[in-house]
Design a protein around this ligand. Structure first.
Ligand code: CO
Length: 639
């Protein structure tokens, strides 16, 4: 194989190009013992040191390295290899003997096929009146780590089943309750089939596919988004600039979209931002359902599950797309066309004032830059939307849509942990708990974090009318001290302050994190799932930057024991004042399903905002031109 492929990467943080993925795999196949049989869980850019990123000159060829997680069908564990693409050699390897590779989308259908040919499974279906298994579906969930003897040291998927009535029918309307199986993903051996209970399969159809639509409303007129003079952002390779913003767009198979070196008006704000983990615990103790505690990012990798977005459907207006290149298990390349969408949106008014004495009005419109992706994990869709606003605010919104995970119940008897969304079809209480990893860089790498709480002043001579209240600020000095919960009763927020720069009133320049979508965890912290989800027990964690601390539930999550990730990341209790800090914000959705979430769930959302606070000397948006949109028209005849 030719490993002298040309390099097209232009920036040290550009995701691996197709030829770099192929080259990494070729070097490993050539130089690694048993390299010929290697399976490639992940091949991704090894992000270089930030000093090299900053020293990079446009047009220069950066030194490129790749991480490759490699495994073999007949051997447990994962070999993590660092490969130099510039030197064409393996730089280092570490063997993680207890680690399990994540579950690849390429393995999903093999798992289903293996189960459907198992005689025990065939018999269980027959007992339920299903002779033809063509329309039976088996969703391959990660199995967790429940200390089950036969699963130890193996890479397991635990499976829930449904059946379609016809080819395009929504199978989630017909759960096969009590029928589950476990499969060794590497060998495709079916380890167990459990067939419990006699809850009938609900057979009533609940479809959303256009082929089933019998009523199509006709009262809604088109809304077109047009930008007659083009868009206001610029893309140079993967460097995106818009208004005062500047950033580098990244992507990897595990986290999907990543954003790097984000600055405004030439001043750094974030060195790196990503959604680094997501856990979805379900609340039901019945049957096989307690196994549903899935880490969608750490166990599957959300990047490889990204959609090819469709113009005029997913994205409206003038759209810039970026493709994503993902490694296959064989070390080849799969391209997700149009995986990342970049566009601008009108956002209503940004600011306004009518001086009633002068009868003079000033108003300016807001707009935002949107960088987004959508990933499908089994029944759910997760829409990632990063918003950049003209006033310096950064916002992240997660849109959850798709189909709720369904189970079957006796009609009218959903039990204590679920809601009947249709007769005999139940949605169970669950959560989607995300963790954003925010490598802060407010006016430089040295930052601190300040907790802000508002309290009433004590009654007394200083507060004679009992109406005094003020904000108290506390510097969080150590990692353990910065493991914090939100507190709406004190309007708590956290401020990331620069150690090097002050504003024109002498305050440290800063951004604040407003926690608006926190989730109370209900897992027992020492239970088999809670132990693995340590990060979910606080709303904020702050660590001193460590390049090896990338994922809050650990580097290898599939079958993990919880020893990696939080809280062990903070066990050294390093000082976090005036240093390079990473903020980890835990947020999400607490989801008691509604009948309105069925059969297809309109987007429910959660997220967070990072707002400048004393970062600028003033509102910083007075320079917007006064203008009237000439394409707007009045429907009132007199105006
Ligand atoms: Co949900």
């Amino acid at each position: 194989m030719n490993i002298q492929a040309p390099m097209t990467a232009v920036h040290p943080l550009s995701p691996l190009a197709a030829e770099e993925i192929i080259k990494t795999a070729a070097i490993i196949r050539r130089d690694l013992e048993n390299g010929a049989d290697a399976l490639f869980e992940t091949i991704e850019l090894a992000e270089t040191d930030r000093s090299a990123v900053r020293a990079h000159q446009n047009g220069a060829t950066p030194d490129r390295k790749a991480w490759a997680n490699v495994y073999h069908r007949n051997r447990s564990g994962v070999l993590r290899c660092l490969v130099s693409l510039s030197d064409e050699r393996i730089v280092s390897t570490t063997y993680h003997k207890d680690a399990q590779p994540l579950i690849s989308a390429a393995e999903f259908m093999g798992i289903e096929s293996a189960i459907k040919t198992d005689p025990r499974f065939i018999a269980a279906c027959k007992r339920r009146g299903i002779d033809d298994l063509t329309f039976v579906t088996c969703d391959p969930w990660s199995a967790g780590n429940f200390g089950i003897e036969e699963e130890k040291g193996r890479r397991i998927s635990h499976v829930f089943c449904w059946i379609r009535n016809s080819k395009l029918d929504n199978h989630y309307a017909h759960p096969i309750e009590g029928l589950n199986a476990t499969v060794d993903i590497s060998t495709l051996e079916v380890l167990s089939v459990t067939d419990k209970g006699d809850v009938p399969i609900p057979r009533a159809e609940a479809n959303y596919d256009r082929s089933f639509q019998t009523v199509v409303r006709e009262d809604l007129k088109p809304i077109d988004v047009v930008q007659p003079e083009g868009v206001s952002f610029k893309l140079d390779g993967r460097r995106l600039t818009w208004a005062d913003w500047d950033m580098q767009i990244g992507f990897n198979p595990r986290e999907g979209l990543t954003l790097h070196d984000i600055s405004i008006s030439g001043r750094p704000v974030l060195y790196r931002a990503s959604i680094a983990e997501m856990m979805v615990p379900y609340g039901s103790p019945e049957g096989a359902h307690p196994r549903k505690n899935v880490f969608d990012i750490g166990e599957y990798g959300i990047g490889r599950l990204c959609n090819s977005l469709e113009l005029g459907c997913d994205c409206l207006g003038a759209i810039q797309y970026l493709d994503a290149q993902i490694n296959g298990l064989d070390g080849g390349v799969e391209t997700i066309k149009n995986a990342i969408c970049i566009h601008e949106e009108d956002m209503g008014i940004l600011w306004k004032h009518w001086d009633f004495r002068l009868n003079r009005t000033e108003v300016r419109r807001a707009r935002r830059l949107v960088v987004s992706t959508i990933a499908t994990v089994g029944n759910y869709e997760y829409g990632y939307y990063w918003y950049f606003h003209l006033d310096g605010e950064i916002e992240f919104e997660m849109k959850a849509t798709g189909i709720i995970n369904t189970t079957a119940c006796e009609p009218g008897k959903p039990g204590l942990h679920g809601v009947e969304v249709a007769p005999g079809v139940r949605g169970q209480i669950h959560q989607h708990t995300f963790c954003a990893r925010l490598d802060m860089a407010i006016d430089g790498d040295a930052n601190s974090v300040v907790e802000c709480n508002t309290y009433a002043d004590p009654a007394g001579p200083e507060n004679p009318y009992g109406n005094a209240f003020r904000q108290h600020e506390t510097v969080l000095e150590t990692e353990k001290g910065a493991a914090r919960k939100a507190d709406p009763s004190t309007h708590r927020y956290w401020k990331f302050t620069s150690s090097d720069r002050t504003n024109h009133v002498g305050g440290k320049t800063a951004y604040k994190l407003m926690p608006s979508s926190t989730v109370t965890p209900f897992l027992s912290p020492d239970g088999p799932s809670g132990r693995r989800a340590g990060y979910t027990f606080n709303d904020l964690w702050v660590t001193k930057f460590d390049p090896d601390q990338r994922f809050p539930a650990g580097e290898f999550v599939n079958g993990s024991d919880g020893s990696d990730g939080f809280p062990s990341f903070t066990s050294q209790n390093r000082p976090i004042v005036d240093t390079d800090i990473v903020a980890w914000h835990v947020f999400g959705l607490h989801h008691q399903p509604r009948p309105e979430d069925w059969p297809v769930q309109p987007c429910i959302t959660c997220g967070f905002k990072l707002m400048p606070v004393g970062f600028f000397d003033d509102s910083n948006v007075r320079d917007l031109p006064w203008e009237k949109n000439s394409a707007s028209c009045s429907l009132s005849p007199e105006s």
